[in-house]
Design a protein. Structure first.
Lengths: 162, 202
């Protein structure tokens, strides 16, 4: 839906300092463009719960991180989210790939479509669903709104074909 | 409470955990951040506090090395010392690879190895007495790796270890303590996070 260059430029404009990530086949393709940006540091971690924890440390240390993961990783991130966002009250932000939303041809009946949005609601993460290339600006708008409100937020990025 | 018989020890000698932690406390510099969790957090709170202490109680178990990595990347001019337990380390072994890959020279990860989940009643951790944590760290990509079972040797080296270019991994074989309660939160976590961030800015 978006090129790596589009996302990297947007993240840089928002003042993001670190992109903490576990890739999937959509968001992983953004990595080269992110790494080419001098003001963005890509931090590769081994599992998605760890991504929230590293982002928590970055935020506590005064940096401006973003978590970049797939929705499957959101589902395994629960305790890290609980602790960072709700115990310590850190307003972390994530871009989360929404597997199969645009195309269930590869994984018919993908239960990611059943559990992802209720999980975001359960963790009280204010999210916006992005399904069209024309919505690129909404990513920055929602990030800015969450930052100004001091609350956690996420972009749920439809994946498949677009 | 008696020691669980299923806990095996590959080490004839272990150091007292509180004294090992006190050596870290004495060696930390005034600008250093110290992250503690689980049993090290409980014992750290018995020592004089510092504004740059981050006590991870409550925590997401296993999160301390990852939070330490983030802090070290955000604050490259400060030393970040993480005091972790072996049960916590086992819960997030991938963090060893993530830390080594990111390579922050200012991060020191100390694992207090007592072979038990002490805060939940001293049940044995998987592989108690069998796991070579220093070897795990080396295999994950850490180049600066040290292991101690003697308190005297640790006291002799601790200042050097927390000051060297890292990332540094230290494995400390410590005596399990049975029948002690787990750590209690030193106060509301949100407020502590806010104060910690203010201290970092100061």
């Amino acid at each position: 839906m978006f090129t790596g260059e589009e996302i990297a430029e947007l993240l840089e404009q928002l003042g993001i300092t670190h992109v903490v990530t576990v890739p999937d086949s959509t968001i992983g393709r953004w990595q080269p463009a992110i790494e080419r940006r001098g003001r963005l540091r890509l931090v590769r971690v081994c599992r998605e719960g760890e991504a929230w924890q590293v982002a928590a440390g970055l935020h506590l240390g005064g940096a401006t991180p973003i978590v970049l993961i797939q929705c499957t990783g959101l589902l395994e991130s629960g305790d890290a989210i609980r602790n960072a966002l709700h115990d310590f009250g850190l307003p972390l932000f994530a871009i989360i790939g929404y597997r199969s939303y645009l195309d269930q041809g590869t994984l018919p009946g993908d239960t990611c479509l059943v559990f992802t949005e209720p999980t975001l609601d359960a963790w009280k993460i204010d999210y916006r669903l992005i399904t069209e290339p024309s919505q690129l600006d909404e990513i920055g708008e929602h990030w800015t709104a969450c930052r100004d409100a001091g609350v956690p937020g996420a972009i749920l990025l439809a994946e498949g074909t677009a | 409470m008696t020691a669980p018989t299923t806990v095996r020890s590959a080490h004839l000698t272990r150091m007292p955990a509180k004294e090992a932690l006190a050596a870290v406390h004495a060696a930390r510099g005034p600008r250093d951040v110290v992250v503690t969790t689980m049993t090290p957090a409980r014992d750290w709170m018995l020592l004089p506090p510092h504004p740059l202490d981050l006590v991870l109680v409550p925590s997401a178990m296993g999160s301390a090395p990852s939070i330490g990595l983030g802090l070290a990347l955000a604050q490259p001019d400060r030393r970040v010392i993480v005091c972790n337990g072996d049960g916590s380390m086992l819960m997030n072994l991938g963090a060893l690879v993530s830390v080594a890959a990111a390579g922050p020279a200012n991060l020191v990860l100390i694992v207090f190895i007592n072979g038990t989940y002490e805060v939940t009643g001293s049940q044995p951790v998987p592989g108690a007495g069998l796991v070579d944590y220093a070897a795990l760290a080396r295999a994950a990509g850490f180049e600066s790796v040290h292991a101690y079972a003697s308190l005297d040797a640790w006291r002799d080296d601790v200042r050097r270890r927390v000051a060297e270019a890292g990332p540094t991994f230290v494995a400390l074989e410590v005596e399990p303590v049975y029948g002690q309660p787990g750590p209690k939160s030193p106060g509301p976590a949100r407020e502590r996070a806010r104060r910690f961030m203010e201290a970092l800015r100061g």
